[in-house]
Design a protein. Sequence first.
Lengths: 134, 134, 134, 134
Amino acid sequence: MDRLDPMLAAHPSPAHSSRMTAEECIAACADCAAICSSCADACLGEPDVAELVTCIRLNLDCADICAFTGRLFARPSARHEETLRHQLEACISICQACAEECARHEHMEHCRICAEACRRCAEACQRELGALVP
Amino acid sequence: MDRLDPMLAAHPSPAHSSRMTAEECIAACADCAAICSSCADACLGEPDVAELVTCIRLNLDCADICAFTGRLFARPSARHEETLRHQLEACISICQACAEECARHEHMEHCRICAEACRRCAEACQRELGALVP
Amino acid sequence: MDRLDPMLAAHPSPAHSSRMTAEECIAACADCAAICSSCADACLGEPDVAELVTCIRLNLDCADICAFTGRLFARPSARHEETLRHQLEACISICQACAEECARHEHMEHCRICAEACRRCAEACQRELGALVP
Amino acid sequence: MDRLDPMLAAHPSPAHSSRMTAEECIAACADCAAICSSCADACLGEPDVAELVTCIRLNLDCADICAFTGRLFARPSARHEETLRHQLEACISICQACAEECARHEHMEHCRICAEACRRCAEACQRELGALVP
């Protein structure tokens, strides 16, 4: 997402307390959303899909929450802080849960990669949450 | 959404503590998401659009958050409770903020209707949040 | 979605050639998106989940496409007609494919209901497509 | 999105005729979705927002369509080809329209960057469309 930095820099009245944490958060969310969608689809293609149902469900929720959390932060204007905080908490919470479940299956490369993306996204959201607090 | 009740009833292992609050939550979120998208678009068509920028921004965030919150609850299996709680709190928070802002413009019918949809959605999410707590 | 009609009626410059077909399309898409998300989750809870993988994948695609197609039409202003046409065609196409696959499993009530919702959504999108053509 | 390539490579039964075009398409869609969301928000912050209403509307549609088109391709299994083709056509169509409109305002850096992201996304979708055709 190499256009993201000049884009956020070009905004007439950004409210991000730190453009760097915002960018990391947006990019990590987009990455995690795509990876979780791929992982759910990969799990559905495994012979032991019945063992992976919890993983698939968490992947789907995580893909959705990350997709929309990232989108909120791609809008750099002043917004409703309380909402942003709850949304980041939801995102951190599902990313951690999904990372933990995927880590239980990390003999499968797609789950290993997904656990990593989820962990990185949780960390980026945590930093953005820290940057929000007044 | 008249197919929603039989659908949720047909699930092999639903985790909703109350099917009624879940249904209300899903339907209210879908309704609020569509209404907020319409309201943003209507505000963009008003001659005094420059006065409505905050309203449009809240409408866009509210449409996104409601769309995805409803989707989480349309999946009736046991899920990650902590995440659901944060997500409902984010949804209640943005619905209240959007309702408040739209109410300031309720001489415009679209904002009046939108304020109403947001309030109803916040209430439905609040009831679902109550139904979640163990 | 009982607020949808007054909402679309309150828009300052709607471009819908027919408000009725637009409303049906928006409501059918929202319905189908929620039902498909539920059906995917229900299929994941069935003992023979391995037999339902194609169904789950079509459900996920259909839920996503319906969610976003409906959202485009919830914005009533003049838009890019060619895009709307392609988007409706994508939505009709996935709804028909998903209806067909779900119909193969209609001994399961959730698949029977989902096939029905997909068919109704395909029809509503078809009518909206007819209303678009100049 | 540096985890995307190993992720797609780890899928048990990918259907992409070319992993490279799929990856480019997913990444370009994610990029364009975020940039268009930012551009709409930036336009809303400009003093002459009333002149930018068409641009904002196209940005919103483009952000939505790109977000969901990318998501479809992040699921690498065999899918419904006809749907994918229509969806790519919708995405190319809105990206071209949005690029054209943004290019009219390219004295504003955010519109210039957005036009560029839209053009690159249209091209990536075009290549993926070529890779789909049997």
